[in-house]
Design a binder for this molecule. Structure first.
Ligand SMILES: Cc1ncc(COP(=O)(O)O)c(C=O)c1O
Length: 451
């Protein structure tokens, strides 16, 4: 059991560290809610989140890093529903945003603007102005050109702000997908760490944008504390040098990227990351430095699932295809990053309750299937040759660990409306986003005016 930062006890033991989706007599429940019954009410496909899991992961991280009293800025890009952001803001989270739209979401969620950090390589003038007006905590500056533009806008508006320089520590986790590794020199993010001192000597005295922090984000997911340790050591060394050069550096933002359990036991626990990271940052913190974290996935991924219904079963050559009513339009991770998502029917014989969520389950009576979506793309495939219990038309399947980078990346490709989002809280359920309608999909096109 761990204790939440507000002192309330959270029952969150090793065995249920993953999430609150579990079978009762062969029937999948989220917390106390029967998911087949929920799907009857809200239809499919649908994203379903567990409030207890969401807050449990946040609390777990907050407790593990408590010795550093960090500012935990929830990364809105991972799962941006305003209700989810509000729950986390009420729990004490700041917000990590990467666009004017995410800043707007943070505001709608009631987040404290001075606890907002704003990264992104392509901030527009309009977005910079909105963030300056909002009075955000830090701009995470990604280039010289961006610094100059931000400073010019702040000067023009007669306002001051604080900024962190995003550096590339040239560290990567070999298990991180090439499309989501960001800490190497060759990425478009931040500036090479060797350039940081020059950057500070050029811009460190700007009166409108106080350059007083260092930011890094090495990628996502990072399955080991080790790359963080390497990156943090490089950042602390840089801070020492910058201070030696006479600059004040009061905050270090170590980014996000903590992993989530797509398969049972796959990711380190928050405590295991903290075990290596906290001792490294303790002297910085004890000398008055502010530590900032930007977790998204590790909070949201296991808190959400995608429910989808089997439309048809068909065969092709030696393969059996299970065709469902959701696909890469609603959850693009498999097509984009070759990600693994555990998939299982929501209603099974007791012998088919999954003992763990893994690719290699070996229960009697399973059959290898390709689980595919309705989109006209060969890549629209959730799982290839995955062993599943028997499934038939009309069955409900659960795609697990879909809370992060799921709904936020959903599209209308093939002109299919985006699914609703439902929050489960104990035995209650709340529709936190309506299912999109066909009319809403074409509404913005009801114009043909000369421009
Ligand atoms: C700058 C920055 N911070 C934080 C995150 C959040 O990463 P994660 O959701 O893996 O924690 C990202 C993700 O891409 C990012 O680019």
């Amino acid at each position: 059991m761990i204790v939440a930062p507000d002192g309330s006890q959270v029952i969150f033991v090793e065995s249920d560290a993953m999430d609150d989706f579990h079978y009762v007599d062969g029937q999948l429940h989220c917390e106390q809610v029967n998911l087949d019954e929920l799907a009857q009410r809200v239809g499919t496909p649908a994203y379903v989140y567990s409030k207890r899991t969401l807050l449990g992961h946040y609390d777990r991280l907050a407790a593990a890093f408590a010795p550093l009293d960090p500012l935990i800025c929830y990364s809105i890009k991972s799962c941006g529903n305003v209700h989810i952001c509000r729950l986390l803001a009420e729990r004490g989270a700041g917000m990590d945003v990467v666009s004017g739209g995410e800043l707007y979401r943070a505001r709608q969620a009631g987040a404290g603007m001075n606890h907002v950090v704003y990264a992104g390589v392509g901030k527009t003038d309009e977005e910079v102005r909105a963030a300056l007006e909002a009075g955000i905590g830090w701009f995470n500056i990604e280039s010289e050109a961006e610094f100059e533009n931000t400073a010019a806008i702040a000067r023009g508006m007669g306002v001051k702000t604080a900024a962190a320089l995003r550096v590339n520590p040239d560290v990567a986790d070999p298990r991180t997908h090439a499309k989501t590794t960001t800490g190497k020199k060759e990425t478009k993010f931040g500036v090479d760490i060797e350039r940081a001192r020059r950057f500070f000597s050029k811009y460190g005295a700007d009166p409108h944008v106080r350059l007083n922090a260092i930011h890094l984000h090495i990628g996502s997911p990072i399955y080991s504390p080790q790359p963080y340790a390497e990156a943090i050591e490089r950042a602390l060394d840089l801070i020492k040098r910058l201070r030696g050069d006479g600059f004040e550096v009061t905050a270090l933002d170590i980014g996000g990227g903590f992993a989530a359990d797509y398969e049972t036991g796959q990711s380190p626990l928050a405590e295991q990351y903290a075990e290596q990271i906290v001792p490294l940052l303790r002297p910085f913190h004890e000398a008055g430095g502010r530590v900032i974290l930007e977790p998204g996935r590790t909070i949201a991924a296991n808190a959400g699932v995608l429910l989808t219904r089997v439309q048809y079963i068909k065969s092709g050559g030696s393969r059996k295809f299970v065709i469902v009513d959701s696909g890469m339009n609603h959850l693009i991770r498999v097509a984009m990053y070759d990600s693994f998502h555990f998939i299982w029917p929501t209603n099974v014989a007791p012998a088919h309750e999954p003992p763990a969520r893994r690719d290699d389950l070996d229960l009697v009576g399973l059959e290898a299937c390709d689980v595919v979506g309705p989109i006209c793309e060969t890549g629209d495939c959730f799982a290839k040759q995955r062993k599943l219990p028997p499934v038939a038309r009309g069955d409900l399947l659960c795609v697990y660990s879909a809370g992060a980078y799921g709904m936020v990346m959903a599209s209308n490709y093939n002109a299919m409306p985006r699914p609703p989002e439902v929050m489960v809280d104990g035995d209650r359920t709340y529709l936190i986003r309506q299912r999109e309608t066909l009319e809403q999909m074409v509404e913005a096109e009801r114009t043909c005016e000369p421009v």
